[in-house]
Design a protein around this ligand. Structure first.
Ligand SMILES: [Zn+2]
Length: 144
């Protein structure tokens, strides 16, 4: 890989550390977690909270559901060009227990995935521009 800097494909959705975290918010009124960050209203329909605390979410969880993506996903999910089918996992975060969708790392197929499988968050390059390499979060099965 070239010496270009790595930058997030979507600004502000995750940290760039070697052990990355997604960045979410927690409602100051009811404690409900959100990802992506919430700024105006609470995801909890019974809550009228309007103040949110930004925090790093758990970077580990368990697969809740998964599927094969054979079509380019809608915005804001960013896919590589040309589009190659990949596995998508809905992962229940360890602490927050909210479910976060993400691509599964390259080279892992749906046949290798199981509900309940432990995964962790990693960053993988999506595509390269003239100035940098865009990365996004993916789920990496811990045991594979
Ligand atoms: Zn709330």
């Amino acid at each position: 890989m070239s010496g270009k800097p790595q930058t997030p494909a979507i600004d502000g959705w995750h940290t760039m550390a070697s052990s990355p975290h997604l960045i979410g918010t927690r409602c100051r009124s009811c404690g409900t977690y959100s990802f992506p960050k919430q700024a105006h209203y609470c995801r909890n329909p019974d809550c009228e909270g309007t103040e949110f605390e930004e925090l790093e979410l758990s970077r580990t969880g368990h697969i809740w559901s998964y599927t094969n993506a054979c079509y380019k996903p809608p915005e804001p999910y960013v896919a590589a060009e040309p589009f190659v089918p990949y596995a998508i996992a809905a992962v229940q975060l360890e602490k927050e227990e909210m479910v976060i969708l993400g691509q599964v790392v390259e080279g892992v197929t749906v046949e290798q995935l199981k509900v309940g499988m432990p995964v962790e968050l990693v960053l993988e390059p999506l595509h390269e521009t003239d100035d940098d390499i865009k990365v996004t979060w993916k789920w990496q099965p811990v045991a594979l």
